[in-house]
Design a protein around this ligand. Structure first.
Ligand code: FAD
Length: 469
């Protein structure tokens, strides 16, 4: 296959990251985007989720830093927030047990989705061989002899055009039409894994009184007793995103006052006071996310040459866990590795490689959803045992920064989930009763400090003598 021209459908995060990788391997890369894209950060129709809290997990940030050297520092220089001091993280994954604020892991970069996407887009636009065409609706694929040879697109006010390409990458998000296009070409559609969740979001960008919330990132999940959770994130330019999340229609607040009232049932009082006194910077936006959905392109026996699928078009997870952009980044890294390996059976190799991070994210998202009573679905014994263990681990993680750090690094895709279950980690998890009672005794006698747990720096990996587990 020649590598003269690649087309990317969609200039969301996965499309931009795919374009960046393709630019190293193709003479020209054209990104076709339906929305009009400006030069400054703004919300747009094709990415309605940009109006809601959008966390970038540390492993996603690492890939972005590799693909765009200097980007992460520039985000901070231009007004974004870098969370290095984890005492400023208030993270209650299961809605009941706050991770120890003494944990220390990789930095978290906090900024709005439009701000991040715009920064990435400017860098992609600066690549000499990448061209982004906005206001351009892709209506189909161009095909010949069972392979994809380009895309059919309509630019505003013009007739349909066929653009030829050696490779087309579908990064058009949850509304991807590749399954139907495959059927039109005589190929089977991919099967879908789907878990219905009916998650509701309500969000508003606000300005808080300076110093009223010392934390910079607050994430409190839903619990088995409460279908509602919240997030409050310091963004660029002293703005904050306040988001309420919940399972089912009863969890959806009607307005801002309703959102704050919901949060008041479980969030610390200083946050509620700050939110009541906040200056609104826009309306309340809502979003409904119906299902975790994974399209199994990796399982198709026949797939046309000249076509790949990435990002939410491949798999979209419950957004509460903040995985989507990071998985898009890990898929871009997988694409880079596959392209380095040549063109033979590219689609098969890419779908298999992408499936690795997707599978981990899927297991984490679906496992966490099915730990809650609001989500229906089969709960095999293995899942129930893992969820029971994670529940126990989160109790330990309140007081043990090593356990908290390990949980966070697994959630952020920095280390595999198996690292939660090393013998040393399990020992820490199950020894908590003794440690907790020691802490309680110390507190009662007025002594501060927790002698049995050590504050941890960035965790060492497998084989490290100082690794926690
Ligand atoms: C409410 C919500 C909150 C989220 N929060 C987080 C979070 O905290 N952290 C995180 O990492 N992820 C989060 N996500 C997920 C994240 O937004 C996505 O996973 C990520 O943006 C990757 O998506 P994508 O680029 O594949 O698709 P999208 O972001 O949906 O982009 C698709 C692009 O394709 C364009 N397009 C679509 N059809 C066509 C067409 N026919 N022709 C031309 N262009 C087209 C669209 O206009 C759009 O620009 C959240 C998602 C939702 C819904």
């Amino acid at each position: 296959m020649a590598r003269a021209h690649a087309i990317v459908l969609g200039a969301g995060m996965s499309g931009l990251l795919a374009a960046r990788v393709l630019a190293d391997h193709y003479g020209r890369v054209t990104v076709l985007e339906r929305d009009q894209l400006g030069r400054t950060p703004h919300n747009r129709r094709g990415v309605p989720q940009g109006r809601h809290v959008h966390g970038l997990l540390p492993s996603g940030a690492q890939v972005l830093g590799e693909l765009f050297p200097g980007l992460l520092d520039d985000l901070v220089t231009n007004g974004g927030t870098r969370l290095d001091d984890y005492s400023r993280l208030h993270f209650v994954p299961d809605g009941e047990h706050r991770l120890s604020p003494r944990l220390q892991v990789e930095s978290i970069y906090q900024q709005s989705r439009p701000f991040l996407e715009s920064a990435v887009r400017q860098r992609v636009l600066a690549l000499p061989n990448v061209h982004v065409v906005d206001g351009c609706d892709v209506v189909g694929l161009a095909t010949s002899s069972g392979r994809v040879v380009g895309a059919r697109a309509v630019q505003r006010g013009r007739r349909e055009e066929v653009l030829s390409a050696d490779l087309v990458v579908d990064a058009a998000g949850r509304g991807s039409r590749t399954p139907s296009w495959l059927a039109e070409m005589g190929y089977a559609k991919p099967t879908e894994d789907k878990v219905d969740i009916d998650v509701r979001y309500a969000s508003r960008l606000v300005r808080l009184a300076p110093g009223s919330v010392p934390e910079t990132l607050v994430v409190i999940g839903a619990s088995a007793h409460r279908p509602v959770g919240m997030a409050l994130a310091a963004y660029e330019d002293n703005t904050w995103m306040f988001t309420m999340t919940g399972y089912g229609p009863a969890a959806q607040a009607a307005d801002y006052e309703g959102m704050v009232n919901q949060a008041a049932e479980f969030a610390p009082a200083h946050m509620i006071t700050a939110l009541r006194e906040a200056l609104p910077l826009g309306d309340v936006s809502t979003f409904r996310f119906l299902a975790n959905r994974r399209r199994r392109y990796d399982k198709l026996r026949r797939f046309p040459a000249g076509l790949l699928v990435t990002g939410d078009a491949l798999c979209a997870f419950n957004p509460i866990y903040g995985q989507g952009m990071t998985i898009a980044a890990l898929e871009a890294a997988a694409l880079r590795d596959c392209l380095r390996g040549g063109d033979t059976r590219l689609a098969r190799r890419f779908f298999r490689a992408a499936e690795k991070p997707v599978q981990v994210a899927w297991n984490m998202a679906v496992g966490a959803d099915l730990a809650l009573p609001y989500v229906s679905g089969a709960r095999p014994l293995s899942m129930r045992l893992i969820n029971a263990y994670v529940g126990r681990l989160l109790i330990a993680a309140q007081h043990d920064p090593a356990v908290a750090a390990r949980f966070l690094r697994v959630s952020a895709f920095l280390v595999p989930p198996s690292r939660l279950m090393t013998p040393l980690m399990m020992a820490r998890v199950f020894s908590r009763r003794g440690t907790v009672s020691t802490e309680v005794r110390r507190e009662r006698t007025g002594s501060v400090g927790i002698a049995q747990v050590d504050a941890v720096g960035p965790e060492r990996e497998v084989g490290s003598p100082t690794g926690a587990g």
